[in-house]
Write a protein that binds this ligand. Structure first.
Ligand SMILES: [Zn+2]
Length: 276
């Protein structure tokens, strides 16, 4: 299948193309969507912090305008990244997911973390360069694991106080320095719900732009222990039968994919695919 969205490093000194305006995980949009003729958008008196050429959509050059703050543009409204995940076209979600990570990185790397000097984009790479101390800063990615723990026809799901009311999901956590992702799975499951797991199986990954995670998805079998919830992180955790599941995470998330794959295998149904 041909992807409509293809990331690429484009020179922002070139004119023309299409642009999107981003600020803090929100995008300017009108009834035609998030892409505006670039020259028109740049005439709208926007507080532009940085401009980056980020790729091609349907073959057209796409540029990102990172704004200091969201401003009103007649006929437009600001939409959250989460709304695009829940409602938008999958290719548009890939585009805005990439754009939000580049925009956040551009905002946070205008000045060097080592010497405080102003940074410049590095030619030929997606990197910011400090001419004063020669350090380079690349877009940040935070590896994290996400795991579905199962016991026969039962799956272990938990609720964080941050979740939408009623929704239960898989367990997840960030990989710590010096740790393998497999060690992270075992540690996080033990910390969050107190059980031990075995037979880890890697099922796939998903870039998760909230704000810059790379989610590495696993299946794990329950080995031993009773559920003991981690205070503050987990407000409820339960074993659910694959025949009677609670409200689940959004269909495009890897959390939902891990659940759907296991349920499909237990029930002999076709396996779903993951939004890559
Ligand atoms: Zn520096």
């Amino acid at each position: 299948m041909t992807r409509r969205w293809q990331p690429a490093l484009l020179d922002s000194q070139q004119s023309g193309g299409w642009a999107l305006a981003h600020c803090k995980q929100h995008f300017l949009a009108d009834s035609n969507g998030v892409l505006f003729p670039r020259e028109w958008l740049k005439k709208q008196d926007l507080p532009i912090l940085a401009e980056h050429g980020i790729g091609h959509f349907d073959g057209d050059a796409i540029y990102l305008l990172e704004l200091q703050q969201p401003v009103d543009v007649p006929g437009c409204a600001w939409q959250s990244l989460r709304q695009f995940m829940l409602q938008g076209d999958a290719d548009i979600f890939r585009l805005v997911g990439y754009a939000t990570q580049i925009g956040t990185w551009a905002r946070q790397h205008r000045f060097c973390g080592s010497c405080g000097g102003p940074m410049q984009p590095l030619a030929g790479e997606r990197a910011m360069h400090c001419p004063r101390c020669e350090s380079h800063h690349y877009p940040r990615l935070s590896p994290s694991m996400i795991v579905l723990v199962t016991r026969g026809d039962e799956i272990l799901l938990a609720r964080s106080p941050r979740f939408v009311s009623g929704v239960y999901s898989t367990l997840a956590g960030f990989v710590e320095a010096g740790e393998s992702v497999e060690q992270c799975v075992v540690r996080e499951v033990h910390e969050e719900v107190g059980v031990e797991v075995r037979n880890l199986q890697y099922l796939g990954s998903q870039g998760w732009p909230f704000p810059h995670s790379l989610m590495l998805g696993f299946h794990a079998e329950y080995a031993s222990g009773d559920i003991v919830m981690q205070v503050d992180e987990i407000e409820d955790a339960q074993w659910f039968s694959v025949h009677r599941l609670p409200p689940l995470p959004a269909p495009r998330s890897i959390a939902r994919y891990l659940i759907d794959v296991y349920v499909a295998r237990r029930l002999g149904l076709p396996e779903p695919s993951l939004l890559g």
